[in-house]
Ligand binder design. Structure first.
Ligand SMILES: [Zn+2]
Length: 324
């Protein structure tokens, strides 16, 4: 790591299921960021020309050129092999990204070094290195996007595992053995029960849906349910109880698995943290077996940039960062 590199900006690309977030970051500060629709069902390759153009636009807005950049970081919601720069497996989204030569694309499009990581793992790095969880060494993260991403940090080391899947499959912890079939092939996964993507299907199967405020919404996600619950809508209120039950079970599982001091929460849902956090914390504290005390909760200050910050750190440090 040279001093020159620290003065250079990192280009971070966060390929989410709904949006692609693109940021320029220097020393933990987001210089500028933008958003593209992901259309992730149609694959990643058709989106790459737009991503490249958006990066060049951001650079121009900041008066920077590619020569002022240290590298490109790519975050994906799947199993990523950071050493071989490849996506090993992904669930439904970006199917064509598995095995895609990201290194060759970055070389051709930008002529810069590349790092890759699972998005939630990058978010955990971002929040513990630069964000509100700065300095924490034992942490788990849950990020509520289209799906539910998780990651774990133990004794200062990011947990990655032999097959790169340790810590990141918390969205597929089973929270109801009699639950719904999940898109991963499992049954009753946290994502199948209480994620942004599964919520609409769950609501439509409930009695009272036709009489709910939510029946007139064309696209139902967390925000619509929270808003309707605030208006006293009966179905939305019962949906919130359902969500709290599953989210808290998922977090308790993470606490039992990885023994953290803190639980870091990020993602779009945390824009409603004033509404959801108190009940979520209450349930986790009630259910978690932690005789040493109570896990603390930390919410990302800017949930839209957690992944981008972590990717920039990986570019600055290289992939030799301490993993287990
Ligand atoms: Zn699953």
């Amino acid at each position: 790591m040279s001093e020159i590199n620290l003065n250079k900006a990192a280009i971070a690309l966060d390929f989410g299921g709904t949006n692609i977030k693109i940021g320029l970051i220097r020393q933990g500060k987001v210089l500028n960021q933008t958003l593209l629709p992901a259309h992730s069902g149609a694959g990643i390759i058709p989106r790459l020309p737009d991503v490249q153009a958006a990066v060049m636009d951001l650079l121009e807005q900041e008066g920077l050129a590619l020569g002022n950049c240290s590298g490109v970081g790519i975050g994906l919601p799947g199993l990523v092999d950071p050493q071989h720069l490849s996506l090993l497996s992904i669930n439904e989204k970006y199917a064509d990204a598995v095995g895609f030569a990201f290194g060759a694309w970055v070389e051709e499009a930008f002529g810069l070094p590349i790092v890759m990581e699972n998005d939630a793992r990058a978010a955990l790095l971002g929040e513990t290195v630069y964000g509100t969880a700065h300095g924490e060494s034992n942490a788990v993260l849950m990020i509520f996007g289209t799906g539910i991403g998780t990651a774990a940090l133990m004794n200062g080391k990011i947990i990655r595992g032999r097959h790169f899947q340790a810590g990141i499959l918390g969205g597929h912890f089973v929270t109801d053995v009699n639950g719904s079939r999940c898109s991963c092939g499992g049954v009753g996964c946290l994502e199948a029960e209480a994620s942004h993507w599964s919520l609409q299907g769950w609501l439509k199967n409930q009695q009272g849906y036709a009489n709910s405020l939510l029946a007139i919404e064309s696209n139902i996600g967390y925000r619509q349910v929270i808003d309707a619950s605030q208006s006293g809508d009966m179905l939305a209120l019962s949906a919130m109880q359902h969500l709290y039950k599953h989210w808290s079970s998922g977090i308790v599982n993470l606490v039992h698995a990885y023994d953290p001091d803190v639980v870091i929460l990020s993602g779009g849902l945390m824009k409603a943290k004033d509404i959801v956090l108190p009940e979520l914390v209450r349930r986790v504290h009630e259910q978690a077996w932690t005789p040493w005390g109570k896990v603390r909760f930390i919410v990302a200050e800017n949930p839209d940039s957690s992944v981008l910050l972590g990717l920039s750190h990986l570019i600055e440090e290289g992939i030799d960062i301490d993993y287990v």
